[in-house]
Design a protein around this ligand. Structure first.
Ligand SMILES: Cc1ncc(C[n+]2csc(CCOP(=O)(O)OP(=O)(O)O)c2C)c(N)n1
Ligand SMILES: [Mg+2]
Length: 305
């Protein structure tokens, strides 16, 4: 997209996430923060509800971020970010961006109501969800982002997660917010551009990033990027964006590898039978078809006078 500042690929050298943070090795959520902050820039206030990132940021008076952080209660990222936005506006600091940065539990589950309120009011905030598909900070309990049939400490092998992962992009698209997207820590350019676009769009924007968790997913810490790439290339976690809740665009063509390639690297799927894998493949194929169909639909503004 020539001439469009947003689409330029200029990865800033300066790090806004410093070394000395408290994340595990290979933590996807930490990579998300690093890339997201580069896209957001210095002039950002970060709002973090209870999650691994409450710990990773460091204990006061220490911090691993070069931007201010408001640590807030588990269920309040959307409301707290709205409040910070209002306070900044009162002070005339309209250029300062507000970035809510929450886990899947804080977004899909307990924080959904406050996020929905913020999205419905179309508050001028960027909301990033680093989705490690469970409540990792408190010991790998299942959330509504946990994929079907995955092991967690509350979904043992004998009784793994039942029911599909909640589709948060659909939930947010239903709010008709100006921009929402999925992203991966393996496709940094795509992730960076999406957060940049979210930051430069007025109103509520949402970027949902799949974030491998080595202890929770039972993977070696040096496999996070490989697993993230496989999630995309097997179509388990397609990369796309939705404008105004209507215009779906697939931003990365997957290699269409069998889903087993993604599952077999992860201990949390170690108990799956060939029938389970076949079932998961059929769900992935179906969801991809639905996404393709949505991406071919013309948005309202193109078909209505
Ligand atoms: C009201 C409330 N209930 C429970 C907790 C305990 N708690 C803190 S972090 C957390 C899990 C967060 O999960 P998620 O949002 O997915 O982030 P992650 O830990 O995976 O980074 C829980 C249950 C809390 N802080 N507040
Ligand atoms: Mg989580």
């Amino acid at each position: 997209m020539e001439g469009n500042e947003i689409m330029k690929w200029e990865y800033p050298e300066e790090e806004l996430l410093m070394s000395g943070h408290l994340a595990c090795q290979g933590c996807g959520g930490t990579m998300v923060m690093r890339h997201a902050l580069k896209a957001m820039g210095h002039n950002t206030v970060c709002v973090i509800p209870a999650s691994c990132w409450s710990i990773i940021a460091g204990n006061w008076p220490y911090t691993s971020l070069k931007v201010p952080i408001l640590h807030t209660a588990f269920e309040t990222a959307g409301a707290a970010a709205s409040g910070v936005r209002a306070a900044l506006d009162m002070k005339g600091k309209h250029d300062t961006k507000v970035m809510a940065f929450a886990g899947d539990g804080g977004t899909f589950d307990i924080g959904l109501q406050s996020f929905s309120g913020a999205a419905e009011r179309n508050e001028d905030i960027v909301y990033i969800c680093y989705d490690n598909e469970a409540y990792m900070n408190t010991g790998i309990q299942r959330s509504s982002a946990t994929p079907e049939k995955a092991w967690t400490t509350t979904t043992p092998e004998t009784d793994p997660k039942s029911g599909p992962k909640k589709n948060m992009i659909q939930v947010l698209a239903g709010h008709k917010i100006p921009y929402c997207a999925t992203a991966s820590v393996a496709m940094v350019e795509d992730l960076f551009k999406k957060v940049k676009r979210a930051a430069e769009t007025k109103g509520t924007t949402f970027v949902h990033v799949l974030s491998p968790c080595p202890p929770g997913w039972r993977i070696p810490s040096n496999k996070s990027i490989e697993v993230s790439r496989l999630a995309v290339d097997t179509k388990s976690f397609p990369l796309y964006e939705v404008i105004n809740g209507e215009e779906y665009r697939i931003t990365f063509e997957p290699k269409d590898l069998p889903v087993e390639e993604y599952l077999k690297l992860q201990g949390r799927y170690g108990h799956l039978t060939p029938e389970d894998i076949e079932y998961i493949q059929s769900r992935v194929d179906y969801e991809w078809k639905v996404l393709l169909q949505r991406s071919m639909m013309e948005p309202y503004h193109m078909i209505m006078p």
